[in-house]
Design a protein around this ligand. Sequence first.
Ligand SMILES: [Zn+2]
Length: 90
Amino acid sequence: MSHCPFCKKKIAMSKAFCSRSCKENYFQLIAIQIPKPFMRRIFVQANEEQRKEEIEKFAKIHDWRLDLLQNKIEEMAIEMKYIEDPYKDR
Ligand SMILES: [Zn+2]
């Protein structure tokens, strides 16, 4: 057994992903690059509402899926210590 690299579901060894959409999402997620100054701007200088707007604008400019971008931003924010990892204690 192997695991889908996007959703972590168990899949047959012969497959690389569990579905076409996971494959697409996976490569889109890899393509998402977020500059550190953007992170600093939205987490240090913006309030929560402005942050939401900035993220939506950013997704639209690059034609990225908003939920994928939000995931990636959250991941980076935890790494950069702007927010606490909500799954840390689980
Ligand atoms: Zn999957």
